[in-house]
Design a protein around this ligand. Structure first.
Ligand SMILES: Cc1cc2nc3c(=O)[nH]c(=O)nc-3n(C[C@H](O)[C@H](O)[C@H](O)COP(=O)(O)O)c2cc1C
Length: 342
């Protein structure tokens, strides 16, 4: 049996050269944290960016909220300079309101503004926003024309394959490009599929061969091998990683979860919790962090009681102590050791 060293982290994103451009903005790298409501907030996003995600997308933000007195958009659109290139993602169903909201948030100096045309949630899609825009190509054309004409930052769009079996992703991709959009991200499922079945990477490849603007592929990238497989299959400029990044943000450093050294896991957990507390305050910060904590620790190695303990509410300091205890338990140490032995 040979003992091999765990893989080392890649040497940051700066050394990777310029992979592609969003209009004139160079994107150094080919993996990007997907926008995810409830997950891609500043604490997690900034962590993923440090681990190698090539740019940042906020969670989506409702245009009516941006135009109201609500404090929520400011929280969701908060970012720090180190995260750039920074994309603000918005959704709405009215081209004029979308433009007004985009003009307002452009004042916060993002690098890119992205229109969400993929969210399948009933309350959003059924009123014609998110993926609900896809059955109305003319409205998409009008919206992009207005945004591109009036914004100084590049405008991009994130789509699905369509609403149902009448997939119109090729038409929508062409419209986004013709109306001056600077990039298309595509999740290879329809609204009806939601998250069921496999993402259709052939369709992503079709979009890539159809347009000249950069294309990001999204759907079912969970391992380092998947990154390379999607790139080879579709020729996309970059891949987005969503659900797979929640338990394994180290995927942006090209590490699968079982390759991550336990010390690095602990360091990242501490950093994430500290940022969560800094951003949301101690009570909300540690409560919101629990959903990440259960995913970070390799659940299959925990007893039922340990799982329950993790999900209990407690101040952040006590929570860290608990994680330390779990991590130093023999079963986790053994699992970690096995992962570097071949
Ligand atoms: C919890 C959750 C929240 C999401 N929120 C957003 C969002 O705010 N904006 C968006 O464009 N896509 C959103 N998505 C879709 C993802 O960006 C991505 O396209 C999809 O999850 C498929 O990729 P995956 O298989 O890597 O998860 C969300 C997905 C999940 C699971």
């Amino acid at each position: 049996m040979n003992v091999v060293s765990p893989p080392t982290l890649r040497d940051g994103f700066a050394s990777q050269g310029s992979a592609f451009h969003i209009r004139n903005i160079p994107i150094h790298g080919d993996t990007i944290l997907a926008p995810m409501d409830g997950y891609s907030d500043w604490p997690f996003r900034s962590l993923c960016r440090e681990l190698g995600s090539a740019m940042s997308y906020t969670e989506f933000v409702k245009v009516e909220k941006i135009l109201s007195r609500s404090k929520e958009p400011a929280k969701r659109l908060f970012f720090k300079e180190a995260e750039r290139p920074m994309t603000f993602q918005i959704y709405g169903d009215d081209p004029d309101l979308i433009l007004q909201a985009a003009l307002k948030i452009q004042e916060n100096n993002p690098d890119v503004i992205d229109l969400n045309m993929g969210c399948p949630a009933k309350t959003i899609a059924d009123r014609g926003a998110g993926v609900g825009m896809m059955p109305t190509p003319l409205k998409i054309a009008r919206t992009f024309r207005k945004l591109v004409k009036n914004l100084r930052v590049p405008v991009t769009g994130k789509i699905r394959l369509g609403w149902d079996r009448n997939k119109n992703y090729k038409l929508i991709a062409r419209i986004v490009e013709e109306e001056g959009g600077s990039l298309i991200a595509i999740h290879g499922r329809t609204k009806e599929q939601r998250y069921a079945g496999n993402a259709d990477w052939d369709a992503i490849a079709e979009v890539k061969s159809l347009v000249k603007i950069p294309v990001i592929g999204s759907g079912d990238v969970k391992t380092v091998a998947d990154i390379d497989r999607m790139k080879a299959h579709t020729n996309v400029d970059a891949v987005m990683i969503g659900r797979g990044a929640i338990p394994n943000p180290w995927i942006f450093s090209r590490l699968d979860r079982d390759q991550v050294p336990p010390e690095l896991v602990k360091k990242t957990i501490r950093k994430h919790l500290a940022r969560s507390v800094e951003f949301y305050g101690d009570e909300d910060g540690s409560r919101l962090f629990r959903k990440n904590a259960v995913q970070y620790v390799m659940m299959q190695h925990l007893t039922r009681d340990e799982r329950k303990e993790i999900l209990k509410s407690r101040p952040s300091a006590e929570f860290l102590e608990l994680l330390e205890k779990i991590y130093d338990s023999p079963i986790i140490a053994q699992a970690a050791a096995e992962s570097i032995l071949i």
